[in-house]
Design a protein around this ligand. Structure first.
Ligand SMILES: [Fe+2]
Length: 153
C-alpha cells in the first residue's frame, strides 16, 4: 500500500469498519481503554480501541501520520486544537458510523463523555510510529513527551 492522503484514508477506514466481527474482538475493560493493532505495514495501520465511560486520550498528535477514525458503538467526542499558541478548541461528536479524517498537523483529545462504553476503528498512514503528548497549561499546549511504537504502546 502507498501512503494515503486524507480522503482515501477515510474510504479505507470505512471499508474496514464495516466488518461486523470488529464488535466482538474486544472484551472491554471496565475502566481502561484497550487497543488492538489489526493491520500494520509501513504505509498503513489500523487499530480497534475500546473506551469505557469517562476515558480519554489526553492531548496528542500522530507524528508524521495522517489519521481517520469512526465509532462503531457508543459515541466519542473529539476536542481538536485549532492552531496557534492560545487555547482554541473545536468540538466534534462522532456517533455510530460517523467518521472523520485529519492530516499529520492535527492535535486532539478524544473522550468518551457518555455513560456507555464506546468502540472505534482508527486508520493511520503512514503507520503510526510516534505520538507527541501535550499538556494544557495556562491556555497553551506544552509538550509532555513522545511515545514510540514498541515502547508507549
Ligand atoms: Fe489520536
Amino acid at each position: 500500500m502507498t501512503i494515503l492522503t486524507v480522503l482515501p484514508l477515510l474510504q479505507t477506514l470505512r471499508e474496514h469498519a464495516d466488518d461486523p466481527d470488529l464488535l466482538h474482538l474486544h472484551d472491554p475493560h471496565p475502566t481502561e481503554r484497550q487497543w488492538t493493532e489489526l493491520v500494520s505495514d509501513h504505509d498503513f495501520s489500523l487499530w480497534l480501541i475500546s473506551w469505557p465511560p469517562g476515558s480519554s486520550t489526553g492531548w496528542h498528535d500522530h507524528g508524521t501520520a495522517g489519521g481517520a477514525f469512526t465509532t462503531i458503538a457508543g459515541e466519542l467526542t473529539e476536542h481538536s486544537w485549532q492552531g496557534g499558541e492560545q487555547h482554541s478548541e473545536k468540538v466534534r461528536t462522532l456517533g455510530v458510523a460517523e467518521a472523520w479524517a485529519f492530516n499529520s498537523e492535527h492535535i486532539h483529545d478524544v473522550r468518551n463523555l457518555g455513560t456507555t462504553p464506546a468502540l472505534s476503528v482508527h486508520a493511520y498512514s503512514p503507520r503510526l510510529t510516534t505520538m507527541t503528548r501535550y499538556q494544557l497549561v495556562d491556555g497553551r499546549l506544552e509538550i509532555d513527551g513522545i511515545e514510540r511504537a514498541g515502547e508507549g504502546w
